[in-house]
Structure formats: structure tokens, C-alpha cells
Write a protein that binds this ligand. Structure first.
Ligand SMILES: Nc1ncnc2c1ncn2[C@@H]1O[C@H](COP(=O)(O)OP(=O)(O)OP(=O)(O)O)[C@@H](O)[C@H]1O
Length: 291
């Protein structure tokens, strides 16, 4: 099966700033993929390259096997994009926006968008500027989903939403994924909320890929070991991603470690794993599915 997104040696530079460096990616289709990383890690840059709004400085990126800058109506129709600020024309009514969407997109499914908005009690005759922030996000999402894209790209869709609006937004998104089997790629800072909705994770750190893996596999491969304080270099421990020491104990987050006598083992949470990789500045090895 063709990957939803593949990149090879992908680099992007803005003047003297390298936003992405030598990124290799192979993101499977039909998954909900979270893109995580600290401020300035390169997430927006990667998403804009994915939707063809930017071109690589060097290296390549393909979406479903084609360059996203091809710009044919067919290629563009396969990708939906919700930008970070999801701008809506504030003086337009929701109905105007749907009309606009239908005239610009060859696969636009207006009845689908109307049904979604009706189920959320968002009136079609209301001006976009008079909607709450959560409702505006829902309208932007309904417009993006009505394109019936094969890949939906969302840049920090949750950042401006309160917890209730966040939950509603994610429910709408998950409903669409279940119904249409689309691939979703979205960036976020909120790691603990991702485990419920995502099944694949990409972590960017300082323009480089730190993690690119299936979340279930990632959690199977990592664990926390706690034992007597020591400087451990035992190969049985696997790869030590992060070590913390108290007066009497050492706690290790390890990848592919075996059970060791005298050490207690605990499963690692997704946030533990992500933060350990970010703090340690390490990259996942590339043996993903081999584990
Ligand atoms: N138009 C631009 N001109 C110059 N530098 C830029 C431009 N856009 C981004 N950068 C730089 O590229 C790097 C990556 O930025 P990017 O916006 O992709 O990161 P991000 O992970 O999305 O950050 P955030 O989480 O803060 O939104 C940063 O150092 C940023 O300052």
C-alpha cells in the first residue's frame, strides 16, 4: 500500500534558519497521526510542505506517491488542510462559506457539512464572526471534511479550544475517521490527550525526526526500570533513553530492555516516552516494525 506521506532527506531552510534537517518519514495511510514537538521544532513547516504551500530546500516529500506541489485539481482534492489560525471570512454566514467551499472544491460534499453543523446546533445563517471560537473551529473542520480528503492535515487544531470544545472537536474528527477511513495528520503540544485519539506518532525535535512509530509498538518497546542507585551500562538494559537518580535509587526509561533481577519494571506512558526523547535529544532507531 502506498504511504500517505513519505519523505527522504527532507530539508527546509528559511534564510539562515534550518527548520527541517534530513527528515526521512514513511507514514502509513488510514491512521491518525500526531505530530509533536516543542516550539520551533518544525511542525508547521512539515505540515506546509505536506500540503504544498512550501517547497523543500532539498530532499523530497510525497503524498500518496505524488509531489504535493503538483497542484492538479485531483491532487489538491485529496488533501484537506486546517491552518493554525483557521481563518474564516468573519462577515460571511456559515451558508456563504459552504457555498464558497462547494464552488472551489471538486469533491465538496455540502449535505455532509450541513448535517455535521446541524448536529452541533450551528446555525447556517449566523455570521462566522459571531460564532464562538469552538464553533468556528467546528465550521472550519466541517468545511475541511466536506472536501472528502484522503489526507486531512490539521495544524494545532486544539490549541485555542477549552476542554469541552476540544472533546467535541475530537469526537467530530474521530467520527469522520471511522466513517470515511481518512488519514489524519495533526500537530499538537498536548501529548496526554493524543493517546485516546491517535495510533501513530511523529516527534520532531530541533528540525529532526526523534520518533516515527506506531504508538502501540512504541509503548511495547519502552519501559521504566527502577533499581538500586547505579551507573548502569548493562547491555541487558537495552538502550537507556533517560536516567534519573535519587540518593538510593536509579530510574531508567529504556528501549528494548530485558527483565533484570533486582529491578522493578513499569510500563512507560506516552508522555514519559516523548519527554525522555525530547530531553535527551535522541532519535528512535529505524527498526520500527522489527520489535
Ligand atoms: N517564514 C519564516 N521565516 C524565517 N524563519 C521561519 C519562518 N517560519 C518558521 N521559521 C523558523 O523555522 C523554525 C521552525 O518553525 P515552525 O513554525 O515550523 O515550528 P513549529 O514546531 O510549528 O513551532 P510552534 O510550535 O511554535 O508553532 C523556527 O526556528 C522558526 O523560527
Amino acid at each position: 500500500m502506498t504511504d500517505a506521506l513519505s519523505a527522504s532527506g527532507l530539508c527546509k531552510r528559511y534564510r539562515s534558519t534550518w527548520a527541517l534537517r534530513e527528515c526521512d518519514l514513511a507514514l502509513p495511510a488510514g491512521r491518525v497521526i500526531a505530530l509533536v514537538g516543542p516550539n520551533g521544532a518544525g511542525k508547521t513547516t512539515l505540515l506546509r510542505l505536506t500540503v504544498g504551500l512550501l517547497s523543500p530546500t532539498s530532499g523530497s516529500i510525497e503524498v500518496f506517491g505524488s509531489s504535493p506541489t503538483t497542484n492538479t485539481p485531483q491532487a489538491l482534492a485529496r488533501i484537506g488542510f486546517l491552518a493554525q489560525e483557521h481563518p474564516l471570512y468573519r462577515s460571511f454566514t456559515v451558508a456563504d462559506l459552504l457555498h464558497f467551499g462547494a464552488s472551489l472544491n471538486i469533491r465538496f460534499d455540502r449535505p455532509l457539512a450541513e448535517k455535521r453543523l446541524a448536529s452541533l446546533d450551528i446555525p447556517l445563517n449566523r455570521k462566522a464572526g459571531a460564532l464562538s471560537g469552538g464553533q468556528q473551529s467546528q465550521v472550519a473542520l466541517a468545511l475541511a471534511l466536506a472536501k472528502r480528503p484522503d489526507l486531512l492535515v490539521l495544524d494545532e487544531p486544539l490549541s485555542s479550544l477549552d476542554p469541552v470544545a476540544r472533546r467535541e472537536f475530537l469526537q467530530t474528527l474521530m467520527g469522520a475517521v471511522a466513517q470515511d477511513g481518512i488519514t489524519v495528520l495533526f500537530s499538537s503540544h498536548v501529548v496526554h490527550e493524543l493517546e485516546r485519539v491517535c495510533d501513530y506518532l511523529v516527534v520532531l525535535n530541533n528540525g529532526c525526526i526523534a520518533i516515527d512509530d506506531d504508538i502501540e509498538t512504541l509503548l511495547e518497546r519502552h519501559k521504566i526500570l527502577t533499581g538500586p542507585r547505579s551507573d548502569v551500562h548493562d547491555p541487558m538494559l537495552g538502550t537507556v533513553i533517560e536516567a534519573t537518580h535519587s540518593d538510593r535509587h536509579t530510574s531508567l526509561l529504556v528501549r528494548d530492555g530485558a527483565a533484570i533481577e533486582g529491578w522493578q519494571e513499569q510500563p512507560a506512558g506516552l508522555e514519559d516516552v516523548v519527554l525522555a526523547y525530547l530531553r535527551g535529544g535522541v532519535a528512535m532507531d529505524r527498526t520500527k516494525a522489527a520489535a
